[in-house]
Write a protein that binds this ligand. Structure first.
Ligand code: TNX
Length: 537
């Protein structure tokens, strides 16, 4: 009953407001005092200057975008869609001038020299307009994530007849510290559906993550259809850790993931782990196997027992097909060859293998990424080393002029338990509570020179997680901290300040139905969504 009355009231007030607006067009609605610098933005922008008033986001607001610049209109529509699901307001995008429009959000392609980083943006929030300037649609896309965070979850119903969501006024200028800000998901130990992956990608993009690395093969499963080698998925895709059913992405599925990520200006990095971590491939095609044993499907959690035969030409012909088929579906510049924990590959064979596979990757137009071990081979300076375990290997990569992705297991592994009581995760590298995950500097980690650091990535290995709820429990809230470590400059990072901003993410996470770990270190904000759940119960 209450909702019907509220709806009727809303309907009548909307009509009244509409009439009133027609009469008193352009009259400013007095706004409450605000402080843009106190809004809980994550990642924290480079610079925020509050002007203490607000933009009245309401039913008389419209979005306009540069039309000639490619991608800007789509960014405008993306914003409208997300605001519709957040506050249930329909905001028209680039519709012909309507006389009901009182205020505008303008997403503008600007050639300003202050916006040289392709992801840089400026937000000017005034009482009558919001102007988002960016050089590229990618920059505009990052900017609308900030705007989404600035729009309050709950409207103010006392300022005018209509509902108003006051957006704090001021100016934000922003760009990322690192151009590579990633998360990895292991879909090999446990398979995750396209829908699960999309949900994760969408959450990551809200926090300006721009790289999503998919670990597509391992001892326990092969997860990507290769048309020229169908048994990889027929046989190798049939298992996962713990004896559950496994699964794989068809090439259409993979392309769908790529498209979904592309819309969010996110690069997909496919990984086929080799020469170790290859049991599932070798069971499918036993000629690949190089450990002298008959390969059998494997559903355990051990690592380091498998290897390709590094001295057979047919193995490289196979790898060529795999890299070609996957690279053809991958618009991003990278192909990840794994290369970790090849404990049963002789060192000279490992080096021979990595040298050859690097050439295959390059032949198919991609830059090779490998886990830090690959730096012991004769790799090219254009290849990239992902530092997960060995400082010595990371240093070798730097000596070779390579770029390094900072992913130290002790700090950045999302599959590490929060503490000894965590029901999910491992702890071979460390226990990583939410503060430990945040309080370190990728800029200074292990003394890698800044010019060699490509960026930061937090991998989520899936030995102990088998569904989206469990995935979210390990990834959130820590992933939010990694977004700040990779986007925000060190001067803007502070645990005490971050803690309160993280607490304010609860309404968003609840609304997205994210089963995050409610760390006791954080005083989580109650949200109307969590109240609703309590009421229903
Ligand atoms: C080490 S990290 C691995 C993975 C495991 C992970 C579990 C890396 C390059 N190799 O195979 O899944 O530890 O934390």
């Amino acid at each position: 009953m209450k909702t019907i009355v509220t709806r009727m009231l809303f309907f009548t007030s909307a009509i009244l407001a509409f009439i009133a607006c027609q009469e008193e067009k352009k009259q400013r609605i007095p706004m409450p005092e605000t402080n843009l610098a106190n809004v809980s933005l994550i990642p924290k922008p480079v610079r925020t200057i509050p002007t203490n008033s607000a933009f009245a986001l309401d039913q008389f607001t419209a979005i306009y975008t540069s039309k000639s610049a490619s991608g800007f209109e789509e960014v405008g529509k993306f914003l409208a869609d997300k605001l519709k699901s957040k506050i249930n307001l329909d905001i028209p995008v680039n519709t012909e001038t309507q006389n009901t429009v009182e205020r505008v959000i303008y997403i503008n392609q600007s050639d300003s020299l202050d916006l040289t980083d392709p992801e840089a943006y400026q937000l000017y929030i005034n009482q009558d307009s919001i102007i988002l300037n960016a050089n590229t649609a990618e920059g505009a896309f990052r900017g609308i994530q900030t705007l989404r965070q600035l729009v309050p979850e709950v409207s103010n119903d006392t300022l005018a007849e209509q509902k108003i969501w006051p957006v704090p006024s001021g100016k934000i200028t922003d760009n990322p510290a690192f151009s590579y800000r990633g998360s990895m998901l292991d879909v090999a130990r446990h398979f995750f559906s396209v829908a699960d992956v999309k949900k994760y990608i969408d959450l990551l993009s809200y926090y300006k993550i721009n790289v999503f690395h998919l670990h597509l093969s391992d001892d326990q499963g092969w997860r990507i259809e290769i048309k020229s080698w169908p048994k990889l998925t027929e046989v190798g895709g049939s298992t996962e850790v713990g004896g559950e059913a496994g699964g794989f992405y068809t090439q259409e599925d993979f392309k769908e993931i790529v498209r979904y990520a592309e819309k969010r200006y996110m690069t997909i990095i496919p990984e086929v782990d080799m020469p170790g971590h290859t049991n599932a491939a070798s069971v499918s095609y036993p000629f690949l196997n190089g450990n002298g044993k008959t390969p059998k499907l494997y559903e355990g959690m051990r690592v380091g027992f498998s290897t390709f035969d590094t001295r057979k030409d047919t193995v490289y012909a196979f790898i060529d097909d795999v890299v070609r088929e996957i690279s053809n579906m991958t618009p991003g510049p990278y192909f990840h060859i794994g290369g970790d924990e090849s404990h049963v590959t002789k060192k000279k064979d490992y080096i021979y293998f990595v040298n050859k596979v690097e050439k295959i990757v390059q032949k198919h137009g991609k830059r090779m990424i490998g886990w830090d071990e690959v730096a012991i081979a004769d790799v090219d300076s254009t290849s990239i080393s992902q530092w997960w375990a060995s400082e010595e290997n990371a240093k070798k990569a730097v000596e070779k002029g390579m770029q390094v992705i900072i992913s130290p297991a002790k700090k950045a592994y999302l599959d590490m338990q929060y503490d000894t009581l965590s029901p999910l995760g491992l702890h071979w590298a460390a226990y990583i509570p939410v503060d430990t995950a945040y309080v370190w500097s990728p800029e200074e980690y292990g003394g890698i020179p800044m010019e060699n650091i490509l960026g930061v990535e937090a991998p989520l290995w899936s030995e102990t997680i088998s569904n989206i709820d469990e995935l979210e429990y390990l990834a959130f809230p820590r992933m939010i901290g990694y977004s700040e470590l990779s986007w925000s400059i060190p001067e803007n990072r502070d645990w005490e300040d971050y803690k309160t901003r993280l607490a304010d993410q609860a309404p968003f996470l609840d609304r997205m139905n994210v089963k995050y770990y409610p760390s006791p270190l954080i005083d989580w904000k109650k949200s109307k969504y969590s109240y609703e759940t309590i009421e229903k119960d």
